[in-house]
Design a protein around this ligand. Structure first.
Ligand code: PGA
Length: 251
C-alpha cells in the first residue's frame, strides 16, 4: 500500500483523477471499477472537466460499479445507477452498453451476482478499481465480518452504514437494509486499486488501517496483501497518523 498525502479534498480529487487518466491513456480500452459516495464525487468532477478541456475519450472504456442498493429501481434517485448517470456517465462519451452495475431488483439475486462476476472476467478483469472506505472499514458494501473469499453477493447493511448514508434519503427508514456488492475476492482481483479518504470522520479508520493486522473485522486491511494499491488521503483523514508514519507509508 502506497500512501499519497493530499492537502485537502480538492487536491485529493485532482490526484485521483490523474491516476485514472494515466490508466485510460496507457490503455484506451481499460476496464474501470467505479465507486459511489461523497468521497469520489470530486474525482468524477475532475474527470468531466478533463473530458471537456482535453477531450479524453471514454469510447472504449468499460466500467463496473462496486455495488447497488437492493430493492431500488434504476430510476430511483437514490440508486447508484442514478448517481453514476448524473455524476459521471451522462457527462462523458461512454456508451451506456459499456457501463455495468449490479441490478438491485433482480428476481434471482444469486444468478445476478454470478453473471456480474462472469461479465467482469469476460471483459478481461478490472484494470483499476476506485474505492472509498466506510467509517467501519468497509470497502464496497463488504461490512465488518465479511469473508475475504467472497465474490459479488447480497449483504445486510450495518446500522452505522445506513446512518452514514441517511443524508441522501428523507429518513433513515428509507435507507435500504440490503445491497448487492462486489465481494472482497472480486475487488482483490483488480490489477490496481485506488482508495480515497477525506475528512476528519475518516481519521480513526485510516489510523486503524495502517496499524491493524489483516482482519475481516476491518475489511480494508486486506488491501495490504494487494501488490498495487494506492491510497490518496487528505490531511484531515490522516490527522491521527504521525508525520514519520505518513512518510514511512509514502515509500
Ligand atoms: P463516502 O462513502 O465516500 O460517502 O464517505 C464511502 C464508503 O462508504 O465506502
Amino acid at each position: 500500500m502506497k500512501l499519497i498525502e493530499a492537502k485537502d479534498y480538492h487536491e485529493m480529487s485532482m490526484l485521483a483523477a490523474e491516476v485514472i487518466l494515466d490508466q485510460i491513456k496507457s490503455k484506451t480500452d481499460s476496464v474501470l471499477g467505479l465507486a459511489t459516495g461523497g468521497t469520489v464525487l470530486g474525482t468524477y468532477q475532475q474527470l468531466i472537466l478533463d473530458h471537456q478541456r482535453n477531450k479524453t475519450t471514454y469510447q472504449h472504456i468499460k466500467t463496473f460499479n462496486l455495488d447497488e442498493y437492493a430493492g431500488l429501481s434504476k430510476q430511483d434517485e437514490n440508486s447508484y445507477h442514478a448517481y453514476m448517470k448524473k455524476h459521471f456517465f451522462d457527462e462523458v462519451n461512454i456508451p451506456s452498453s459499456q457501463t455495468f452495475l449490479p441490478n438491485g431488483e433482480a428476481q434471482d439475486m444469486k444468478a445476478e451476482c454470478e453473471t456480474y462476476d462472469l461479465k467482469i472476467e469476460e471483459l478481461g478483469g478490472i484494470d483499476l478499481q476506485l474505492l472509498g472506505i466506510g467509517q467501519n472499514g468497509h470497502i464496497g458494501f463488504n461490512e465488518p465480518g465479511s469473508s475475504f473469499e467472497s465474490n459479488t453477493h447480497l449483504v445486510a447493511l450495518e446500522q452505522s452504514t445506513r446512518e452514514a448514508n441517511a443524508r441522501y434519503f428523507d429518513s433513515i427508514e428509507d435507507v435500504p437494509t440490503h445491497a448487492v456488492t462486489m465481494g472482497i475476492a472480486s475487488i482483490m482481483k483488480s490489477k490496481k486499486i485506488l482508495l480515497l479518504a477525506s475528512g476528519i470522520q475518516k481519521s480513526s479508520i485510516l489510523y486503524d488501517l495502517f496499524h491493524s493486522d489483516v482482519t475481516n473485522s476491518i475489511p480494508a486491511t486486506i488491501l495490504i496483501n494487494h501488490p498495487d494499491t494506492i491510497i490518496i488521503a487528505d490531511q484531515e483523514a490522516l490527522s491521527k497518523l504521525h508525520q514519520d508514519e505518513r512518510k514511512m507509508f509514502a515509500k
